[in-house]
Design a protein around this ligand. Sequence first.
Ligand code: KIV
Length: 276
Amino acid sequence: MYTQLEQRDMDSPPVNISTLRGMKDEGEPIACITAYDASFARLVDDAGIDVVLVGDSLGMVIQGHDTTVPVTVEDIVYHTRCVARGIRRAFLVADMPFMSYTMPEQALDNAVRLMQEGGAMMVKLEGAKGQVAVVEFLARHDIPVCAHLGLTPQSVHKIGGFRVQGREQSVADKMLADAKALQEAGADIVLLECVPNEVGQVITQSLDVPVIGIGAGPDVDGQILVLYDALGLTPGRTPRFVKNFMAEANSARAGLEAYVRAVKDHTYPAKEHCFS
Ligand code: KIV
């Protein structure tokens, strides 16, 4: 009983929502990464990662699809269960896949599966103001939620490609309003993907909850990368915000430690990883 309390004897106690809020308040950057199996989960946890996401990016990097659309709840439950076995300290978030949260009751059923069967501590869902009712319903049932804004890859066929979001002032204003509405509805974290630095900065300053960025510039509360991108395992062209941390490391553990260090000392993302 109370495993988490027992683990307080560890050098660093397990990360929870309060830890993440405290890090935002103290200005300590939150280092996040994706993982999909127990071995890498153990490695990223040992390297000092604060938050591990079982992302639906597994559709691309594990399953070989072109998008995240084919990923199922079953897939995420399976990989979350694997990752949970490798983690001791990091906070574990699992993605709600495409069409698994179209209605509040459906979202609750699937979120419960990710938490009970997978061991997730929070679920992440994509979408703007249209998801307020879902987030509210989940929050009312004490399900911690991360709301993903900006580029939302599950909508790739609707938005016509993976591209930077929020360059036009009207779109940036709407994104800020959506972020506030989602926080108000009960979202505990906001994740921003592929937005100009200024949009990342304004939204981060406007919210009380931590804002994690991927291609959202340096002025957010934390950074996240897809594990395979950070380790230079992704073939071909990678997005501008990606940095290969294996380029100057001689082991995966050293590469991941370099990523954590770079996030914590604000050397990643650098100018060349950002959008204006
Ligand atoms: O699925 C995923 O890996 C994600 C990250 C890109 C944030 O959502």
